[in-house]
Design a protein around this ligand. Structure first.
Ligand code: PLP
Length: 420
């Protein structure tokens, strides 16, 4: 009874939301405003992905086919020029696999940028590894090489560096060199930067292990997904050991993931998403998945945390891989618009380090704090709704103190979309 009432209440709320959206759209039509703005998620989904998702939903016979997953993994490894790749349900799980592979133990310490997504420190916390934060620089929002040494103790075993927003981090080579000097392992968080290059090779290949994300706000999408890579055969064996310990998601979850491919396409990518999104939301909105649960934002390990990527999503991933280079080219071209805008308006452009090719998941800019607090100026002047990654330095809801550059980024960094 209670559950039925709750379901009805949710249904009524969804109808009310659609009513509100369409009233807003009517106002836009009357005032001549554009009905859609560039989305920040799932912009690499096309009708071929939707058709594939529909086909997979209609024929569930091969949902447990591991060869589809292996094929995706080897295509990703070849494209990324990495020797080994294993696919998981999320980037955060791929990170957990990396932690396992490196043999990090309870009490060990790892240095992590003090400007990241909460699921990153969570993965260490779930393995009882102590996270020691270090401040970032504001050129590429990566770890600042000048702050790391002071954080190293006798218990430090690894450094996690990240390439945020699609940029190659400023101190990439220097961090890897410092880690070597102190005999520390390097984990590369490439969740935002799949395909970015440094000195002719894709990011993720300079450290010991790396992980990528194909969650729907990333460079390519399988709605949820992550890949762990390494070029070291011993670490590959350990990654594989972790992989063998975790299950595939249940059929009901796979059904939701595939429906989310369809939902996301109509909500975020289709040129007529202003009304089609609502129609599909009414139809399948009850299957909508969220990337980070409330419990995860509080640092609690979700029940179904460690899982592999299953065949249906791997099939979508293989299809996305066919398009990733052309989408990354488009991102770079679109970013030029923001370069000109920065030059014209006196804002600092994000730094593209020498010998690197960025992929501009988003175009980050430091603006006045009031312009981050209220971004309607960007909609009015530029016709875009900027992203606000990160809202807190351990996004989206946790804060660690004592990191001035991370604080500055939280206060001032907004990011513009780079695909339309
Ligand atoms: C910097 C960073 N690293 C890692 C992740 C984790 O990726 P996933 O959502 O696939 O677990 C995220 C997620 O948004 C992220 O922003």
């Amino acid at each position: 009874m209670k559950n039925t009432l709750k379901a009805e209440y949710i249904e009524i709320r969804r109808f009310l939301k659609v009513g509100k959206n369409q009233a807003r759209n009517l106002k836009k039509i009357l005032s001549g405003e554009p009905l859609v703005t560039p989305s920040l998620v799932s912009m690499t989904l096309d009708s071929d992905d939707v058709n594939l998702a529909k086909k997979l939903l209609a024929d569930r016979g091969k949902w447990d086919d591991s060869s589809t997953v292996e094929s995706f993994e080897s295509k990703f490894a070849a494209w990324n020029s990495s020797k080994y790749a294993l696919a998981f349900m999320a980037g955060r799980v791929a990170l957990s696999a990396c932690i396992y592979a490196l043999g990090l133990r309870p009490g060990d310490e790892v240095i992590v940028p003090a400007y990241t997504c909460v699921v990153v420190p969570n993965a260490f916390k779930f393995a009882s590894v102590k996270v020691v934060y270090s401040d970032i620089e504001l050129d590429t929002y990566g770890l600042d090489i000048n702050r790391i040494e002071a954080r190293i103790t006798s218990k430090t075993r690894a450094i996690l560096l990240h390439h945020l927003y699609g940029l190659v981090c400023r101190d990439y080579q220097a961090i890897v060199d410092l880690a070597k000097h102190y005999n520390l392992k390097v984990i590369e968080d490439c969740a935002h930067s799949t395909g970015a290059e440094f000195r002719g090779q894709k990011v993720g290949n300079l450290g010991d292990v790396a992980f990528y994300s194909s969650e729907h706000s990333k460079i390519f999408t399988t709605i949820q997904g992550g890949i762990a890579t390494t070029n070291n055969p011993e670490l590959a064996t350990k990654l594989e050991e972790y992989y063998q310990q975790v299950p595939y998601p249940k059929v009901g979850w796979l059904d939701k993931q595939l429906h989310n491919v369809i939902l996301d396409f109509y909500k975020f990518k289709h040129p007529q998403r202003w009304w089609l999104g609502d129609i599909w939301d009414l139809r399948y909105g009850h299957k909508q998945l969220i990337s980070t649960t409330l419990e995860e934002t509080k640092g609690i390990r979700p029940k179904h945390y460690g899982q592999k990527m299953a065949a249906p999503l791997a099939a979508i991933g293989s299809n996305q891989l066919l398009k990733i280079d052309s989408y990354n080219d488009r991102r770079r071209k679109y970013a030029k618009r923001w370069d000109y805008w920065c030059e014209e308006h006196g804002y600092r452009k994000p730094t593209v380090i020498q010998d690197s090719i960025p992929v501009y998941l988003r175009y980050p800019i430091l603006v006045e704090p009031e312009k981050k607090r209220n971004t309607t100026w960007a909609y009015k002047k530029l016709g875009v709704i900027p992203g606000v990654w990160f809202r807190t330095n351990i996004h989206p809801s946790q804060t660690v103190e004592g990191f001035p550059n991370a604080d500055k980024a939280v206060e001032c960094c907004i990011n513009f979309p780079c695909l339309n």
